[in-house]
Design a protein around this ligand. Structure first.
Ligand SMILES: C[S@@+](CC[C@H](N)C(=O)[O-])C[C@H]1O[C@@H](n2cnc3c(N)ncnc32)[C@H](O)[C@@H]1O
Length: 213
């Protein structure tokens, strides 16, 4: 009874089919299915790729990416929170993780140096306050920081995925992203709860520094 009332209040069931599927298939979060769906539509990550994942904890994006890139590729994950080590059984030997703040550019430079990645994924999400306009602003700020990382560390021609709250502020971010990528698409995967405002932006064909429109 208690549980049912709480679902009603939230407007969604926190233990929906994706929650159970993630448990069964060994993914650390249901977010894995959001990324899988995006990558089914936009095949922007391939075997042998070096991929940077921003906002990685607990690590389900990393699990998905690591399987696709395989042993000849690499995945670097960064989050404010510690990402629990992946057990040897998961064979995620191509993964390196760091605890760091996406706004701390000096730290990012110290760990990434001059590295350029084939693809960058971002599932960054602010700590929500419940105050709509504050949460929307924080989401845009995180994405602007992610775009700054993309400009420095994504190879020309590479692709990136961003997660953002759908709001009027989204336009500001989209117009920025369109200057960096030849093709920019938006997608709301089925695994995103229907009550959620989050959507994913996929940027393809990075123009590279000095070639932004
Ligand atoms: C939705 S979760 C990511 C889930 C992850 N993609 C997965 O599949 O397991 C969003 C993450 O963004 C991280 N985050 C928020 N602000 C950040 C910041 N300034 N720097 C780094 N990570 C941040 C949070 O700590 C949180 O773990």
């Amino acid at each position: 009874m208690q549980r049912r009332r709480s679902y009603k209040k939230r407007g969604y069931n926190p233990q929906d089919k994706f929650f159970h599927k993630a448990k069964e298939e060994g993914y650390r979060a249901r977010s894995a299915y959001k990324l899988k769906e995006i990558l089914e539509r936009f095949r922007i990550i391939r075997a042998g790729f070096n991929v940077l994942d921003l906002g990685s904890a607990p690590g389900s994006f990393i699990q998905v990416i690591s399987k696709i890139v395989g042993p000849s590729g690499t995945v670097v994950g960064i989050d404010l929170k510690e990402i629990e080590p992946f057990g040897a059984s998961e064979a995620l030997k191509n993964v390196t993780t760091y605890v760091g703040d996406i706004f701390d550019f000096d730290y990012l430079e110290s760990i990434l140096g001059a590295q350029r990645f084939d693809a960058i994924t971002s599932d960054l999400m602010p700590n929500t306050t419940g105050i709509k306009f504050l949460d929307q602003d924080s989401s845009v700020d995180l994405n602007i920081a992610a775009l700054r990382v993309v400009r420095k560390h994504l190879k020309p021609g590479g692709s990136a995925i961003f997660k953002i709250f759908n709001s009027n502020e989204l336009r500001r971010f989209l117009s920025d992203a369109k200057r960096d990528f030849r093709d920019v698409r938006a997608m709301k995967p089925e695994a995103v709860r229907s009550t959620s405002k989050e959507i994913y932006i996929i940027g393809m064909g990075h123009k590279g520094e000095g070639r932004r429109a």
